[in-house]
Design a protein around this ligand. Structure first.
Ligand code: G3P
Length: 215
């Protein structure tokens, strides 16, 4: 399973890259705003800066919601760097844009996916990645992991190449359950990845080994 980090914070991306387990980055307009990145030129430069830190795919999201606007923005984003994947919202115009980019050989990430039907449409349009938001489903008392299971079954039934990129992943159990189900990718905050490291018995065991080594 691939690990992406879900942030536009360069220090956190570097820390995850230095850990040696990072496969890519996802961003969205909210994450860019959180870092105070404003203005077209600064936003485009920031995506390039991210590409220079990480070895792997970097999702950059369009802001337009009309077909022509998404094509225009997506082509600019894709031309920035060969690691860029154009992130497109799951709306009617978005599906048409994904189909267009698929035919042009430009990779896409279909975002804001909350149902198996939406994921099926994204795969049929040729999306490289589909991003079901599992934490936000959990927030409204709907099991996000069940959606990952449903999409896995549908994609396997028909051999769709679209990769399931579990998003809105909030904690280590989300990551472990996604791995058990067979999600292709999880994207999550740095803290959810580093939380996988922790176990009190590891700390106790290491302290004992170090103490015994001094004897
Ligand atoms: O990858 C999507 C993600 O940024 C949304 O996460 O925690 O805002 O639901 P969250």
């Amino acid at each position: 399973m691939k690990f992406f980090i879900d942030t536009a914070n360069l220090a956190q991306i570097k820390e995850a890259q230095d850990l040696g387990v990072l496969d890519g980055v996802t961003t969205n307009p909210s994450l860019m705003a959180k870092e105070g990145i404003k203005g077209q030129d600064n936003i485009l430069k920031h995506y390039v800066d991210i590409c220079h830190i990480v070895d792997g795919d970097v999702s950059a999201e369009v802001i337009a919601t009309d077909y022509e606007g998404m094509i225009r923005e997506g082509e600019i984003l894709a031309s920035l760097h060969d690691q860029i994947v154009v992130k497109i919202p799951m709306i009617k115009e978005g599906i048409k844009a994904i189909k267009y980019f698929t035919e042009k050989g430009i990779r896409t990430n279909c975002t804001l996916v909350f149902s198996a039907g939406q994921a099926l449409l994204a795969a049929k349009a040729g999306a490289t990645y589909v991003s079901p938001f599992i934490g936000r489903l959990d927030d409204v008392s709907t099991d996000g992991l069940t959606l990952i299971e449903d999409i896995r079954q549908i994609y396997d039934n028909y051999g769709y190449d679209t990769q399931i990129l579990a998003a809105s992943v909030r904690h280590p159990m989300h990551i472990i359950e996604c791995a058990k189900i067979g999600a292709d990718v999880v994207t999550c905050p740095l803290g959810a990845i580093t939380a996988l490291l922790k176990h009190p018995l590891t700390d106790i065991g290491l302290a004992q080994f170090l103490a015994d080594a001094k004897k």
